[in-house]
Design a protein around this ligand. Structure first.
Ligand SMILES: [Zn+2]
Length: 120
């Protein structure tokens, strides 16, 4: 199952609450465990992919007004580099390639790039 890791606990709680609303329509339940959010897709009937989950996560981050510098994916875990609410971040936040550090704000471009490494 997909895990989401943030730096700050209050942001983890806020994101989980926002994700619960966003994901209700596809019957995926966010669970907080050891300061991480786990997306429980056991009622979905199939495995939720990172690619499917990412738009929900970005939308939920926006809705919960969580400020973050970037998002990157490593295996089954999505890392959100969240920052303190007063800190300045680039708009819109970037998606980072975990393999080479390439950055883009466009999800489609991001996936084409990450897949070009041939690992997912
Ligand atoms: Zn790369």
């Amino acid at each position: 199952m997909i895990k989401i890791k943030l730096n700050r606990q209050e942001n983890t709680v806020n994101l989980a609450a926002s994700l619960a609303e966003e994901l209700a329509s596809i019957e995926v339940i966010p669970i907080i465990k050891n300061n991480e959010i786990i997306l429980d897709d056991s009622s979905l009937g199939k495995t939720l992919s990172i690619e499917e989950a990412l738009p929900f996560i970005r939308r939920s981050l926006e809705k919960s007004k969580t400020k973050y510098r970037c998002i990157y994916v490593k295996g089954e875990t999505i890392y959100v580099e969240d920052v303190e609410s007063g800190e300045k971040v680039s708009e819109p936040p970037l998606l980072f390639c975990p393999f080479c550090g390439y950055a883009t704000q466009y999800e489609e471009v991001y996936w084409i790039h990450v897949k070009s490494h041939g690992v997912i």
